[in-house]
Design a protein around this ligand. Structure first.
Ligand SMILES: *Cc1c(COP(=O)(O)O)cnc(C)c1O
Length: 345
């Protein structure tokens, strides 16, 4: 079978024909000199969507998060975040290396925590302790299985943190999925945060890029940090055009990814040899357990059968739906997965 179904991540999507056309037609300038009109248009559109004063286009979500952490903290400060958060697990130790920060962790289910836990985690003002400085919330929550925060609970944890003198950053790499799944708009989430990062290179299908939004003073700092980190780009209007196309044309289609994720999860739930929690499928990510079968071996076996997904634990796998997989692709992948998990490989 030559068809390859790629469920490794929503980062693997390639620009559509229309997106490529939008890129080719974009008016360009030199964004480091400040005159790329398409980058300006993207930044203005994002500031408007998130209800913030300003925005800065950066090459990746990791750079977006790390620049925000650097802007909102000083060395020796403590960041409050979930132990499974992307900023801690998957950004190469950036908070320690780039900002000199330590962490206090939350350990709740699916990446959530409560305002009471925030209150308990905040250090007393005593010279023995690091200064509790920044709360980071991830929505949707990647290692939490694409979970969407209840908006009220999110308002409660950030309200508590702000009242107690902390700043708040939203890692909104997949905020578009949270919006689509709950019928909310980006500004409804962003209003609770000092800074927000969001990715264009996942479900929205752009090849490269993320945005940081916040107040003008903070975004000016982010511009300087982007330069310092080597992320200021020249004719980046090419990339901004792809991001704009994704924002205007690919947000609605995330509902298809969510529907397909549920379909995949329901099929896996019928398989006695795997374990998937159907209640936990909020968006486009499906985590499942492989029983006593080695997940890395299963990954290689599925790979050789043309279905790519990732082992993310000794007995745990992840499938992510994106525009790279349509209904026919899923029709093809599901029997392969069920056969393999049922002992066929
Ligand atoms: C993908 C992702 C990022 C950013 O990843 P990059 O590959 O650096 O763009 C940040 N946070 C979360 C939760 C993510 O899933």
């Amino acid at each position: 079978m030559s068809q390859i179904i790629d469920l490794r991540s929503d980062t693997i999507t390639q620009p559509t024909k229309l997106m490529r056309e939008a890129m080719m037609e974009a008016p360009l300038g030199d964004d480091v000199l400040g005159d790329d009109p398409t980058v300006h248009r993207l930044q203005e559109r994002c500031a408007e969507l998130f209800g913030k004063e300003a925005a800065c286009f950066v090459p990746s979500g990791s750079m977006a998060n790390q620049a925000c952490i650097r802007a909102l903290t000083s060395p020796g400060d403590e960041i409050l975040a979930h132990e499974n958060s992307h900023i801690y697990q998957y950004e190469a130790g950036g908070p320690a290396a780039l900002s000199g920060c330590t962490f206090a962790f939350f350990r709740g289910e699916r990446g959530f925590f409560t305002s009471e836990e925030v209150r308990q985690a905040i250090r007393p003002d005593d010279h023995h302790f690091p200064r509790s400085r920044l709360l980071v919330v991830e929505n949707t929550n990647n290692r939490g299985g694409g979970s969407v925060w209840p908006l009220e609970q999110l308002a409660d944890v950030t309200g508590t943190a702000h009242d107690l003198g902390l700043r708040c950053h939203l890692d909104g790499a997949r905020i578009w999925n949270a919006c689509e799944a709950t019928g909310t708009s980006p500004d409804q989430w962003a209003s609770h945060f000092d800074t927000v990062s969001a990715c264009f290179s996942k479900g929205l299908g752009a090849p490269v890029g993320s945005i940081v939004v916040g107040d003008r003073k903070t975004i000016n700092q982010i511009h300087r940090l982007r330069k310092m980190l080597g992320g200021a780009m020249r004719q980046s209007g090419f990339l901004a055009a792809a991001a704009l196309h994704g924002i205007e044309h690919h947000r609605d289609r995330l509902a298809d990814d969510h529907r397909r994720a549920r379909r995949l999860a329901e099929a896996l739930a019928d398989c006695p040899d795997t374990n998937v929690d159907l209640d936990s499928i909020d968006t486009n990510i499906v985590y499942f357990d492989t029983g006593d079968r080695d997940a890395h071996r299963m990954q290689s076996a599925f790979d050789s059968m043309g279905v790519k997904l990732l082992a993310l634990g000794p007995f745990r796998m992840r499938a992510v739906l994106s525009m790279a997989v349509d209904d026919e692709g899923l029709d093809h992948a599901i029997p392969v997965l069920l056969d393999g998990l049922g002992g066929g490989v």
